[in-house]
Design a protein around this ligand. Sequence first.
Ligand SMILES: [Mg+2]
Length: 109
Amino acid sequence: MSDPMGPTEYPLNSYQAAMRRTYKPNRLLNHILGLVGEAGEVAELIKKDQYHAKQYDRMTMKDELGDVLWYLAALAEDHGLTLAEIAERNDEKLSMRYPNGFVPGGGLR
Ligand SMILES: [Mg+2]
């Protein structure tokens, strides 16, 4: 039986390399507006679920989060960054700020 969570490993930089097939440079505004727009689509699914009794399915959420990921990867590409280094840096930052996990008001700066 396949893992219901999908593939357990898909390297971020492999995704970014695949993303380049549909990426166009010098479209920073398109990429940031796309990221915000797709995040809005995720929010809309949750809003309809929470307030309009319209439950979203897992595949739709996966697709919309994937759209967010595409634009995030495009923005990373625009800035000469890799998704893996962004993820690593974020992990480092949060590990320093919240060494014992998230505690409201307890972050170290
Ligand atoms: Mg979408």
